[in-house]
Write a new protein. Structure first.
Length: 271
């Protein structure tokens, strides 16, 4: 039977964490990623469940994520180290049938555990799965220009979305539903997890003011591409702040939405 350490899931996590660290978005032990893997795919590496140990979740997970398998980055771990030592920096867990415990199948070989934000991930996975059953990835990172932009704007989703849509023509195409925005909150708590999950019912990406972004997608590429587009657009906005001459006209944004048959967030740009 093939070894899980050689799986495409571990390889993808190693590649993306290295890339995100290189971008400068995940300093020190910043950032975390969770990857939902279907049971029939897990069975390619584990004939049956044999748990190493149990880790309390600290809350009761939604039934939709119970008995499901997640590959998740570890607490206190550096993204730059995942690729060279995945078995220490990642863990594969199965959520218990009562939603209170994560059963560890593989990883965290130094005795570690999942990121402190795993409850927030599970809450967001639950929200997204109810909207889109194809959702597989929740990604959290600290992109520089998006954090700068959040510090300069009110915590208003219409304002934030409009600034992004009118700074880069790719923005409305990639996230026509807009971007969710939360005020500055204490991270690593169930409270911010609940607030993020509520936003994830409407948005695939949420800005944590003064902290970073939470993005969702059907795979690693989609989640990263969403975050990458927001960050590139935030960079454009911040670099042109107070120097803007050629802002994207409303009719061009609306034209892009019409061209791509997009359902735009209402109230941002009126026809």
């Amino acid at each position: 039977m093939a070894k899980f350490i050689n799986s495409k899931y571990v390889r993808e996590m190693g590649d993306i964490t290295k890339n995100m660290y290189r971008q400068g978005w995940d300093e020190r032990n910043g950032g975390n990623i969770s990857y939902l893997i279907d049971e029939h795919l897990v069975r390619e590496y584990f004939k049956k469940d044999k748990f190493i140990r149990d880790i309390n979740l600290g809350f009761e997970a939604d039934p939709i994520v119970r008995n499901k398998y997640f590959l998740i980055t570890g607490t206190g771990k550096y993204f730059k180290n995942v690729k060279k030592d995945p078995e220490t920096n990642l863990g594969l867990v199965k959520i218990s049938s009562d939603g209170k415990v994560a059963h560890l199948l593989w990883g965290y070989k130094d005795g570690g555990r999942f990121t402190s934000e795993f409850p927030a991930h599970l809450m967001s996975h639950a929200s997204r799965l109810k909207v889109d059953p194809a959702n597989r990835v929740i990604m959290h990172t600290h992109p520089t220009y998006t954090i700068c932009m959040g510090a300069c704007l009110p915590t208003d989703e219409v304002v934030f979305t409009r600034k992004l849509w009118k700074s880069n023509t790719e923005a409305v195409v990639v996230f026509p539903e807009g971007i969710g925005v939360l005020p500055c909150m204490i991270c690593g708590t169930n409270e911010i997890g609940i607030a993020t999950a509520e936003k994830m019912k409407e948005y695939r990406i949420v800005s944590w003011t003064n902290h970073g972004l939470y993005g969702a997608g059907k795979d690693i590429d989609e989640a990263f591409g969403l975050i990458e587009t927001v960050e590139k657009t935030a960079q454009i906005y911040m670099l042109t702040l107070d120097h803007l001459v050629n802002e994207i006209p409303d009719e061009v944004v609306l034209g892009l939405a019409k061209l791509w048959n997009l359902k735009m967030k209402p109230g941002v740009i009126e026809e």
